[in-house]
Design a protein around this ligand. Sequence first.
Ligand code: C5P
Length: 412
Amino acid sequence: MVEPKKILLGVTGCIAAYKSCEIVRGLQKAGVDVEVVMTESATEFVGTATFAALTGRPVRTSTFGDLADAIPHIRLAESCDLLLIAPCTANVLAKVACGVADDLLTSTALAAHDHLMVAPAMNMHMYESPATQANLTTLAERGVALIEPASGRLACGDVGQGKLAPVEDIVAAALAWLDGRSASRADAPTSVLDLLGKHVLVTAGPTRERIDPVRYLTNDSSGKMGYALAEAAARRGAEVTLVSGPVALDPPSGINVIPVESADEMFAAAREAFPEADIAIFAAAVADVRPKERAGRKLKKGVDDKALRIIELEENPDILATLAATKRPGQIVVGFAAETDDFIANARKKFASKHADLIVANEVGRGKAFSQDAMTVALVTSDAASELPHSSKREIAVTILDWAHSRLANNL
Ligand code: C5P
C-alpha cells in the first residue's frame, strides 16, 4: 500500500489562523496526512485543541516538555513531505529568511529548508516594506515556494495586498508540490506561485505535414522554448496545457501534454483549450503549408513519379491569428516571430496581423535559435520593442511570464 503523503502545517499568530482549519480539511479531503505545529502567538487566535481534534494528533507549540520526543524539530522536519506555513506572519517570515530558530516552528523550518512552502499574511504596509520584500526575495532565491497574498480589505481596514491567499489556492499549491508539479528547490530560478488558479495554454514544437505514411514536411523547431514556457508556468502554480508537435523532449510532469502531429491537429487541440486559458502562448513553429493530397500508401519511384516530383501545397490554418481574433477581454495572447532578417521590424508587422498582446521576435537561421538553449529575442508590443540580452530559453520564459502576469494583474 502507498503511504499517504504528509504535510506539516505551521500556524503563526495572525487573524487568518482560523483559515488554517479549512486548509487542514482541504488537504485531508485529498488524502493527505496533516500534523500541526503552532507558534505561541498562534494559540492566541486558535486553540491547540481545535487542530488536535481536526487532525487526530497532538499539536506541539514548544521544543521542550516531552521527554519521549526530545528532538521534535528534526523528527517533524524529516517525517513530512512538505512544511507549509500558512498563514506566515512577517515575523516568522523574517526569522525563516535569517535562519533564526528560537521556537519549535522556526527550528523545524530551518531543518525543512528544502521542502518548505510559505503563505504570508500581514498588513499591506508590512508586506510592502523593504525588509519583508528582501526576505521574500531571499526565500524565493533559495527555492522556498511562496504563495503570494491576495489583495483586498485587510483585518485592520486597509485595502491592499496582504490577505492570506484563498484556501483552495493554498491547498492546490501544496498538492501540486506533492505531485512534483510545482516549485521545488531544483526548479529555481523562480518559486513564487503567482499564477495559481490561472490556466496557461502553450503550443510548442514543429508540425509534420504528411505527404504519405513515411514522408512529411516539417522544420527545425526543437520545442525547447515552448517546453521552457510550460514548465515555468507550472512552477508558478498555473494549470498548464501544452499542445506539442513531435519533439525529442521528455513530457514535463504535472502538465497536461496533448501530443499532435499536423497543424490541423494542433489547431483542434488549441481551439479546445483556448477559451479556458488566461494566458495563451503560441510558441509552435507551425508549417505554413501542407500537401493538398495525402497519399494513403507510400509513394513509389517508377509508379508515382509525378506525385513525388510535384507536391501541390495548400495553406494551413493560422492558429494564433484565428484564436487571438476571438479572445475575450482580459485574456493574454503571446505569439512568436522567427525571422532570419530585420527581426524587430518584421515582428512589428506581425503584431498587427496576429491580434496578439505581445510578439516575441527572435532571429533564426545560421545556427540561431532553433535547437539552441539560448537566443536573442525582442519583446514587441503595440507601442514598444525591447531587445533582451542573449539569454537561456528558461530565462526568456520567465521574462515572458513576468510580462503576462503583470498584464493580467493590471487587467484586474
Ligand atoms: O506567420 P508566422 O508563422 O511567422 O507567425 C508566427 C507565430 O504565429 C507563432 O507564434 C506561431 O506559433 C503562430 N502560428 C500559428 N499558426 C500558423 C502559423 C504560425 O499559430 N499556421
